[in-house]
Design a protein. Sequence first.
Length: 423
Amino acid sequence: MAETQEVRDKVVLVGLSSPVLKKEENADEDTMEELSALVETAGGETVGIVLQNRPSPDPRTFIGEGKVAEVQLYCENTGATMVIFDNDLSPSQMRVLTELLGVQVLDRCGLILDIFAQRAKTKEGRLQVELAQYQYLLPRLTGMWTHLERQAGTSGKGPIGSKGPGETQLETDRRHIRRKIDKLREDLEEVRRVRSTQRQRRQKNEIPVVAIVGYTNAGKSTLLNHLTGAGIPANNRLFDTLDTTSRLLTVSDTLDVVISDTVGFIRKLPHQLVEAFKATLEELEYADLLLHVIDVSNPEWQQQAAVVENLIRELGAGELPRIDVFNKSDRLPAGEIMPHGQDICSLSAKTGEGVDKLLEMIGERLDSGSRRCVLHIPYDKGGLLDQLYREAKVENVEYGETIAVTAVCTPKVLGQMAPFLVE
């Protein structure tokens, strides 16, 4: 049953398109539709959309005084409690717009941070979101609350102990937030250290890592559930899954991999989030194979795939082997031809059609030539059993005249164990 949410706010969406803005910073009908879906994910309801074209953004109000008056009237007529911009606003623009419109003003970045804060469940996820929120908040402190202009120390009229030059509450809050940011960075560094240790253990055991990447709502969690039975909630909602999940996947008799789901990407993903989530996303850099999941039923899939491509490159994983997984083939209109090619797999993670083909492709790229074998190890060479547990996949051990070990071994281990191999 779909999760029902209480509507928190009625929202008017505003977007600006201008030739002086970069192409990806402009608002258009598609980005506004996506922003509306984000509002729904956050628990709000879109009651109006205003798109503005200007030669350049207004330095003070971003959209110009006349358009602000129009949006204010729109808010009064619809009972809107919030205005959300599809573009990034400067701290001063946000402050001015909040005063002029008389309702809370957010930009796309602030909305995405709010969704992430709602969705983060693990300690690591919450740390990363909190860091991103504080980095976003720091330059926006001025004018957010009236108490920030108060003096903490005065020239003699304040309480005892407050004499002296003092400092504004704003400066106190800034210092407090900087301390919080430093502490969160330390905590995330510890997360990275733990991940690095886990990664070294995997590399030592020669277990390949497959990372699932893709645009938000492309079906990454559904695919992981189908492959491993992970049981991750997979709803038709943007950023429904935020915390990374890793599972062991048996691809074939001789190949096991660790497969990880990552946070979904989106257009105009706040740079604070990319920075904060690097502890998670750096897993991509160390993966042996990427599965780029693309929602082929979405008319915008090419633009969405390009967003993911750019972020993969930004994270230093552009040269990794990759399979493009065109998902939701069951929802493709009749007559549409699915993309095809050497590194392309078309499937439906929901129905399971095409998943066997994907497993076959993963096996072709990652199977190191390991094979199952039986080894008879003399008791005086018993120390080799420890090596097998470390470097091979031991399936069965029987003690008789010798130690009979059934294991899946890499070519390197097989070479070392050749004298004890039973053909």
